[in-house]
Design a protein around this ligand. Structure first.
Ligand code: RB5
Length: 147
């Protein structure tokens, strides 16, 4: 499994722990920037990463901004993207098991590097449960197709 990582300047601080978590799980990652704390716009990063996901360059992704909120909103504007904004490991696990989230987002000004590693590992270890959750995800897709 190949994991995309994208951050704006506010999320940059979490890139290193996120990469560490992915490497400790023996998974591959692909970095879509940014590479410093110089100011940039989170929608640009969200677009790069979601395009890579749609093109199947990557299978899942982690997006980072100051709060994790703006980059999540931007990512969820792209058809087929289910980005979950998470601040704890249980929600990260549930976002994979129940919501089939293909991206999680976190905030560099909210989540500690230690918690970020735990959250990424919980998300990437979990599998979509299907069953009744598939029905609900299908309904999300219907909303997306009809609106
Ligand atoms: C940038 O200052 C900040 O607005 C951004 O990182 C993010 O928190 C937006 O939701």
């Amino acid at each position: 499994m190949r994991i995309g990582i994208g951050a704006d300047h506010g999320g940059f601080i979490l890139k290193k722990p996120v990469i560490e978590a992915i490497e400790e799980m023996n998974l591959e990652y692909k970095d879509y920037g940014t590479c410093s704390e110089e100011s940039c716009d989170y929608p640009d990063i969200a677009l790069k990463v979601t395009s890579a996901l749609k093109d199947k360059e990557i299978d899942k992704a982690v997006l980072l901004c100051g709060t994790g909120i703006g980059i999540c909103i931007a990512a969820n504007k792209v058809k087929g993207i289910r980005c979950a904004h998470v601040t704890d490991a249980f929600s990260a696990q549930m976002s994979a098991e129940h919501n089939d989230a293909n991206i999680i987002s976190m905030g560099g000004r909210i989540t500690s590097p230690e918690d970020a590693k735990e959250i990424v590992k919980a998300y990437l270890s979990a599998q979509f449960a299907g069953g009744r959750h598939q029905r609900r995800v299908d309904k999300i897709k219907q909303i997306e197709n009809n609106n």
